[in-house]
Write a protein that binds this ligand. Structure first.
Ligand SMILES: NC(=O)c1ccc[n+]([C@@H]2O[C@H](COP(=O)([O-])OP(=O)(O)OC[C@H]3O[C@@H](n4cnc5c(N)ncnc54)[C@H](OP(=O)(O)O)[C@@H]3O)[C@@H](O)[C@H]2O)c1
Length: 250
């Protein structure tokens, strides 16, 4: 089955991580496009701001921690019981921070994986049903393609997420299920706490628009922002010695 045939024009959409940044813009733009939106995050007060958006009559707000299987299952059951199953799930919640040189901690890695990797997987586990066409979109990162200093947990979690979604897309290619990968470069949100302004950084509004246009065009993978897309993939092609010389923390 082709990936274009599985999504209706106005799918009921669940956006995880909708309280700020890219997710909030995704929720706003989906409402403006006419979709019904289930906006999910932990900070309910920030979710409430979405009530001021155009089309908010089609908005459902839910507080849920994506790192908790109990909370994800409880919300999924509630949505089923209320007749609100999503057709499109945008699994956008993520955490990450720059690690100190001396820092390596299994607990820290596990905490990042609980949100960035197991988080999306929990929603897939809850909603992957045979014969039910559904689209799962994982917001990964260009850092899935290469490692930079101070990002061992974040980069690993995004590489694992991209690898898992790539495999799921292959496994479910003929069953009406769609698995879409998004690899953003730097986007101006709370997560991008860069010590100096990065050139070619996108606004979260622009990022959300690119993601939605890609999803509705049936793209299997949506990568932005140029030139980071090329640089990230190009680094992988370099010999390890050259890559390390260029990227090592000075
Ligand atoms: N900004 C960038 O440069 C960039 C680049 C590449 C990829 N990305 C990816 O883009 C996605 C969105 O990030 P952003 O840049 O928009 O950052 P952001 O503004 O910090 O947004 C992160 C969102 O994730 C939610 N979240 C975090 N932990 C959660 C949890 N345990 N349960 C439920 N929701 C949780 C947050 O909501 P609550 O805190 O209210 O729960 C928030 O809505 C992330 O996956 C990030 O890795 C960002």
């Amino acid at each position: 089955m082709s990936s274009q045939t599985t999504l209706s024009p106005l799918p009921r959409t669940l956006v995880v991580g909708a309280s700020s940044g890219i997710g909030r813009c995704l929720a706003r733009q989906l409402l403006a496009r006419g979709c019904e939106v289930i906006a999910v995050a932990r900070r309910g007060a920030l979710l409430e701001d979405l009530r001021g958006s155009a089309g908010a009559a089609r908005l459902h707000l839910r507080v849920c921690d994506t790192s908790s299987s109990e909370e994800v299952n409880a919300l999924s059951n509630e949505l089923r019981a209320r007749g609100l199953p999503p057709e499109l799930l945008i699994l956008n919640a993520g955490i990450g921070r720059l690690e100190e040189c001396s820092e390596i901690s299994v607990r820290g890695h596990r905490a990042v994986f609980e949100v960035n990797y197991f988080g999306p997987l929990r929603w897939v586990e809850s909603w992957l049903e045979p014969q039910v066409p559904r689209s799962f979109v994982a917001v990964s990162s260009l850092m899935a393609f290469f490692s930079s200093a101070g990002a061992s947990a974040y980069g690993a979690s995004k590489a694992a997420l991209s690898s898992a979604f790539e495999s799921l897309a292959l496994s479910h290619a003929t069953q009406g299920q769609r698995f879409v990968l998004v690899h953003p470069g730097p986007v101006d949100t709370a997560m991008l706490k860069s010590p100096r302004p990065l050139p070619f950084t996108w606004s979260p509004e622009r990022a959300a628009e690119r993601i939605l246009d890609g999803i509705f065009a049936g793209r299997p993978q949506i990568d932005f922002c140029w030139p980071y897309t090329w640089v990230a993939k190009g680094f992988r092609l370099l010999p390890a010695r050259a890559r390390r010389a260029l990227l090592a923390r000075k």
